[in-house]
Write a protein that binds this ligand. Sequence first.
Ligand code: FES
Ligand SMILES: [Fe+2]
Length: 374
Amino acid sequence: MPNTISNPVQELLENVSTPFTQARAMPKSVYTTKEFLNYELENIFKKDWFCAGRSDALKNIGDYLTLELAGQPIMVIRDNDSKIRAQSNVCRHRMSTLLEGSGNTRSIVCQYHAWTYGLNGALRGAPAMTLNDKFKKKDYCLPQIKCEEWLGWIMISLNQNAKPIVNSLSEVTDLIGDFRMETYTQTFSETHVWDTNWKVLAENFMESYHLPVCHSGTIGGLSKLEEMDCPPGKEAFNYHFILKEPHFKLANAHPNNTILKGDWRRTTVLLAIYPSLLITLTPGYFWYLSLHPKGVGQVHINFGGGMSPEFVSDPDAQDHFKAVKTLLDDVNIEDRGCTEKVFKGLLSDHATPGHLSHLERPNYDFAKYLASHA
Ligand code: FES
Ligand SMILES: [Fe+2]
């Protein structure tokens, strides 16, 4: 009998040992096996930084959102000192989860027996606990999770030893600091679930090779393969640039923007910050996807976006942005079709990974990043 037992991490290590000029797409076991999913949850999502959204989504004291990161229920909340903190969303009594969805609250009250925590996670009250000799309120606090704000993003990590995000992403700031991404305002945020592996969607974002065909119904006609620039990636991210036409007003710098110069005024930057924050940044607007695996065959997507300050204060811009959002929704429908078809194909016995184009350089760098956690 042939040996059909494979080790997906080993297969990936072999795949990335090939130089880029001869490289192939990642092995299908990387996308389709529980073994690889467990590897990435333990070694990537539990170790690296994950984006929980934009800071301006939590403007007021008590604003919160909840999420699961590598199976861990987490709340992100603006505390009484106006600091955004991330903490375990699990009660310290009999371990129910606490908050749900997003909203605003003055305290965190467990819906099981009403143990009540302050916004900083300290236990403030617990009914009928006076007769337990060992119980001391001060011993109880929700476990704190690393949380840093970076260019307007809320970044969290389950790894207490994770390097400060400003250090690991300093090259991003060097590259696109003049966009002042921290000043952009979020105007929409949605969640979606698609039937594909999270990496298929991440890789789809990283390459613009698919634009002319997959997006022939929307933006495909504007995309010229010969004008795409895909430099080699960095340790913590990869990126590529597209130049936008001057008539696409919102993708060009506003006349009041005096910081961006020359071609930067019409440059769109596509940033893939590992593992799963994907940002399209233009001088006028931005949109992003923050991805998390939902099993092998589904991806949980946090999809948001908004505008730069000059456009936010421009009365015409709202209508322009509505048009951009409609276009983004149409583009997403096309991407959903392509990425769900890739996942179906990956499950085929006949599927084998083909060679990569020079326009898929970011995919190669992403594969190396995934393998580097082995
Ligand atoms: S489990 Fe939270 S109060 Fe009992
Ligand atoms: Fe696309």
